[in-house]
Ligand binder design. Structure first.
Ligand SMILES: [Zn+2]
Ligand SMILES: [Zn+2]
Length: 177
């Protein structure tokens, strides 16, 4: 059996979100086959021949070796440099239609839960309220249209759900193809 996966504070279940798969594949960083491979975003100007194991994501060696970032820093406003580096260099990113980004609650990055539809959002009403408010702030004034959009999340457009690691509040942003 392979060792248990590293723990990622800001992406606690990367198997559920599909960012890490069980695969017999050689890591492009440590050159070992650890039984698991990371499949989502990595931004670098260097050429990378292959994908990374979760351990090279967790300890920052993939980001360091290829002078890259696992996740984009967009959206990470007001967090400490430590948190910024943990999310962008040592946390698995995720698959999304548009450039994925992280949400912040208080002064901390929130943990990525997964891609969800209306039902999951409705189970965390605060995330639905917050998403509604954000979309209104973006200038979407037609309430009927907004209601329709929210109710049909999961069918075309989806929502990216996060959970604050400090207070447990759920947050979300909408992602569309
Ligand atoms: Zn590795
Ligand atoms: Zn919070």
């Amino acid at each position: 059996m392979s060792a248990s996966l590293p723990f990622f504070r800001y992406h606690p279940d990367p198997l559920a979100s599909g960012s890490i798969f069980a695969a017999a594949e050689t890591c492009a960083c440590c050159k070992r086959n650890r039984g698991w491979i990371y499949t989502a975003t990595f931004y670098t100007a260097h050429e990378v021949n292959g994908r990374f194991c979760p351990w090279c994501i967790a300890d920052g060696s993939a980001a360091e070796r290829f002078a890259g970032e696992v996740a984009d820093s967009y959206g990470l406003d007001g967090v400490s440099e430590d948190v910024l580096h943990e999310v962008t260099r040592r946390t698995p990113g995720f698959h999304a239609w548009q450039d994925p980004h992280w949400l912040v609650h208080g002064q901390d990055a929130a943990a990525f839960v997964g891609e969800v539809g209306y039902t999951e959002l409705a189970a965390h009403p605060e995330s639905l309220d917050q998403l509604q408010t954000d979309i209104r702030l973006d200038g979407w004034y037609d309430e009927n249209q907004l209601e329709h959009f929210l109710a049909h999340l999961g069918d075309g457009a989806t929502a990216m759900l996060f959970r604050c690691t400090v207070c447990g509040t759920h947050l979300a942003y909408a992602d569309a193809s």
